[in-house]
Design a protein around this ligand. Structure first.
Ligand code: BGC
Ligand code: NOJ
Length: 791
């Protein structure tokens, strides 16, 4: 089977050896608020804080050819023009390699005895990308050639940048000063920020006007200045500002030369914006340039970045005899959790960075993947999310990262949302022991003066479910539950309406969700434990949880599996009575994680049904049989062709629910098999999977699709946090509790070692599974401990 790359675990890198990957295979740079997306051919873009409002580089999604636009270096060597990352010229290289590492990407290309090695990273403490370009003459004769840099500016708002051309084509402004090209569009008016692209040595020519550099009818693969070996020294006025430097370089055999480029972003206080009329204040940019003036400085900054990731990824490690498991747990899954936490669902090669804010449920779930890595940031995130809640416990479905305000366009009414706040908070407190967060004052809808404690927010979140029960005593679904596409109150027959925002009927709706019921029981039990742990009465919570369990057993059990929902009219969804959509995954996952009816055998039966009806070669599909026609009563779910997305795709996010359910039922072989099927490191056919083989994707085409096994929506998905929870807690069995770690594995691997930092403790565990089973509790105690555990 064709391979496009391989893992280098010692370096924590994925090494791509063929630039023509089946889809751009990307990486993310940045750890604070300046972020970049970078593909294996150096395509992509960067932004500061908000991918929509502070977009720095222009990028055209879904272009032809794919993935055009990025930070390009062109080399003109005689009549040959090539790029170290192959694109955009696509000149055949003698050697190519792209190494995606933790927060950096290194692209190396070689052609005709010249090697160009470009290291891209976003240094900690600076709002910039550093590009360290090293050119080496690997041949036997002296070489004279030209190096060009190139990038295209976005006019900040990534949305209007692609729409409002009557304005945009007149607003572009630049300045050129020393070795730096500045982009200052709209700085003259309300913006307090500009961007720049500088280099640590004088250049021999430059361009800032796209048409001059490329030529109106040329592509990125044939910029007219590069083809001619010249620069236009153009100063952009309107149209499309770009930045390109040219260097005329001669290298003796064996000699190298290094250039350090800085692509930065600066904000200035209003009164300090200008040094004279129309001339921008460049002090901060110059300071940033000075910080990367020498290779030693760049090295030191790169070292700090590596140390940051070494520290983070040193907190949880497994050593087993399964390399795919170890590399997923120790490197890529945790890395993806961090990226998903930073970006939520905003910017990937499937999310355009303009459409979606931070999801209430998404952001809470993402916490589960990072509480052990960056607990302080998790804390802040919880408080930010809670502040978007309404006094009745409902909440905005999304909020904007820049303002942290709830997003009115989409509003609220997704009835699972409130419960995720309990989920996120419990995960945080179990990891940190920080019960103090419960006392933090948090407003409603960000309105000052409305503050109540976070604990109160949790209480009203919980109560929001019991105050919104349907005819069977099950939770009303509202606009939708976790499955955004099961729109039972929407009834849209107008293609111009969005399924996500249209709710045509709720009055009198009988639409109830078994997914929310399971979530409520699982989170309700956790909430009760939390309340008791802080000395509060949890009797009411336990009582309504027990009532819900009864309601599920009575009205939510279909005989062999849990029903999925009741529709607007009170008809069953996910029942053997249904023609299509007989079995759904969400309720099997949540009700088995909640252990509803476990004693009566319901969990085992539901898990057996998941295996029997939902499992296929590549994982568990969301529902089966797939819907084959649009059903107005069900909404978006039936809008997808069979086997894709929420209509019988393998929605990787919810596979871990079943994996955890299996583990809780002690079914190690099933849990482990389901896990391996969706985990990319175990995937053999890279061409079929299409997306990056080092990260989870949201969806893999299911058994009813044309090409089962084909992946989409890589990177930004709740799959990251959920597979982390599944593998670290359910399979490897390291379960954070309020007062310690519970070791309770469920994985068919005899012996393995775990290194785990937990609060101020470091544990080195050797876990030997001899078949006895059971669990082992480690009470929290600061300091280092070596523990041998036999179970
Ligand atoms: C997608 C869902 C997503 C929703 C909200 C739908 O089109 O299928 O996966 O949650 O949009 O953005
Ligand atoms: C993706 C969304 O981000 C998430 O909120 C939702 O739960 C899933 N799709 C399922 O529809």
């Amino acid at each position: 089977m064709k391979e496009y790359g391989h893992f280098d675990d010692a370096q924590r890198e994925y090494v791509i050896t063929d630039p023509a990957t089946p889809w751009p295979w990307i990486n993310y740079l940045g750890t604070e608020d300046f972020f970049s997306l970078i593909s294996n051919t150096a395509g992509g873009y960067c932004f500061c804080k908000d991918a929509k409002f502070r977009r720095i580089l222009r990028y055209r999604y879904n272009g032809v050819p794919m993935d055009d636009g990025g930070r390009y270096y062109y080399i003109k060597d005689g009549d040959t023009v090539w790029n170290p990352g192959w694109k955009p010229c696509k000149t055949q290289l003698d050697a190519y390699e792209c190494r995606h590492g933790m927060g950096y990407t290194r692209v190396t290309g070689e052609k005709d005895g010249l090697r160009a090695d470009v290291l891209f990273f976003v240094p900690i403490g600076h709002r910039c990308e550093v590009h360290r370009v090293k050119l080496t003459n690997t041949g036997k004769t002296r070489k004279s050639f030209q190096l060009y840099s190139f990038l295209e500016w976005c006019l900040w708002n990534a949305s209007t940048d692609m729409e409002n051309f009557q304005r945009n084509l007149s607003t572009g402004e630049v300045e050129i000063d020393g070795n730096v090209l500045y982009h200052k569009t709209e700085y003259r008016e309300r913006r307090d920020h500009y961007a720049f692209f500088g280099v640590n040595r004088p250049f021999d020519g430059f361009d800032t006007d796209r048409e001059t550099f490329i030529g109106l009818y040329n592509g990125f693969d044939a910029p007219q200045q590069v083809l001619a070996g010249t620069s236009g020294n153009s100063v952009a006025h309107g149209w499309s500002p770009v930045a390109s430097h040219r260097f005329d370089i001669t290298l003796e055999p064996g000699a190298s030369e290094e250039l350090i480029f800085v692509l930065g972003y600066v904000e200035n206080a209003l009164e300090e914006k200008f040094v004279s009329k129309g001339v921008i204040n460049k002090a901060k940019a110059q300071k940033m340039m000075e910080a990367f003036a020498t290779p030693e400085q760049a090295d030191a900054a790169f070292g700090r970045l590596r140390a940051f990731w070494d520290d983070l990824l040193g907190r949880f490690n497994v050593q087993s005899d399964v390399p795919e498991l170890d590399r997923t747990v120790n490197i890529w899954n945790q890395y993806q959790c961090m990226i998903t936490f930073f970006f939520s669902r905003s910017a990937s090669y499937f999310e355009s960075g303009i459409g979606r804010g931070m999801g209430f449920r998404d952001s809470n779930q993402d916490l589960a993947g990072i509480v052990h890595l960056i607990p302080e940031r998790a804390r802040q995130r919880i408080l930010d999310i809670a502040a978007t809640q309404f006094p009745d416990g409902g909440c905005y479905h999304q909020y904007q990262p820049l303002t942290k305000r709830g997003n009115n366009d989409i509003g609220g009414g997704f009835n699972d949302d409130p419960l995720w706040l309990i989920f996120g908070t419990v995960a945080y407190i179990r990891e940190t022991g920080d019960f103090g967060i419960l006392e933090e004052p948090v407003p409603f809808d960000n309105k000052p003066g409305t503050e109540v404690s976070l604990l109160e927010h949790l209480k009203i979140s919980f109560a929001h479910v019991t105050e919104n029960l349907g005819p069977h005593g099950l939770p009303l679904i509202g606009r939708a539950d976790w499955n955004d596409c099961l729109n039972l109150n929407c009834f849209s027959d107008n293609p111009d309406e969005s399924f996500q925002t249209t709710e045509n009927k709720t009055e009198g709706s009988k639409a109830e969700s078994l997914m929310i019921a399971g979530l409520f029981v699982a989170e309700g039990k956790d909430f009760a434990e939390l309340l008791e742990r802080i000395g509060k009465d949890a009797a009411h919570v336990r009582k309504v949880v027990a009532d819900m369990e009864e309601a599920v057993k009575k009205y939510g059990w279909d005989g062999q599996w849990f029903l999925r929902a009741y529709d607007y009219y009170g008809n069953k969804i996910g029942s053997h009575d249904c023609e299509e959509g007989k079995v759904f995954i969400e309720s099997q996952g949540w009700c088995t994680m909640a252990r509803i009816g476990a004693d009566e055998g319901l969990c085992d039966k539901a898990l057996d049904s998941a295996v029997k009806y939902l499992e296929c070669e590549h994982g568990l599909v969301l529902n089966t049989p797939a819907y084959t026609t649009y059903i107005k009563d069900y909404g978006e779910i039936s809008s997808y062709p069979e086997g894709y997305k929420e209509n019988a795709g393998i929605f990787c996010h919810n596979n871990p629910w079943v994996i955890i359910g299996e583990a809780m039922a002690g079914r190690a072989d099933d849990a482990w098999r389901h896990y391996r099927k969706i985990t990319p490191a175990f995937t053999k056919d890279q061409a079929l999977r299409k997306v990056e083989p080092y990260v989870f994707c949201q969806m893999v085409a299911g058994k009813d699709a044309e090409k089962p096994g084909e992946g989409k929506n890589s990177w930004l998905t709740g799959t990251a946090a959920w597979t982390w929870k599944a593998v670290s807690e359910a399979l490897l069995g390291i379960k954070p509790q309020f007062d310690g770690l519970l070791v309770e594995p469920c994985i068919p691997i005899g012996t393995y070692r775990i290194h785990r930092r937990f609060r101020d403790a470091e544990y080195d565990l050797t876990i030997r599974q001899t078949g006895k089973g059971g669990s082992y509790f480690i009470p929290y105690k600061p300091g280092s401990q070596v523990i041998e555990i036999e179970l």
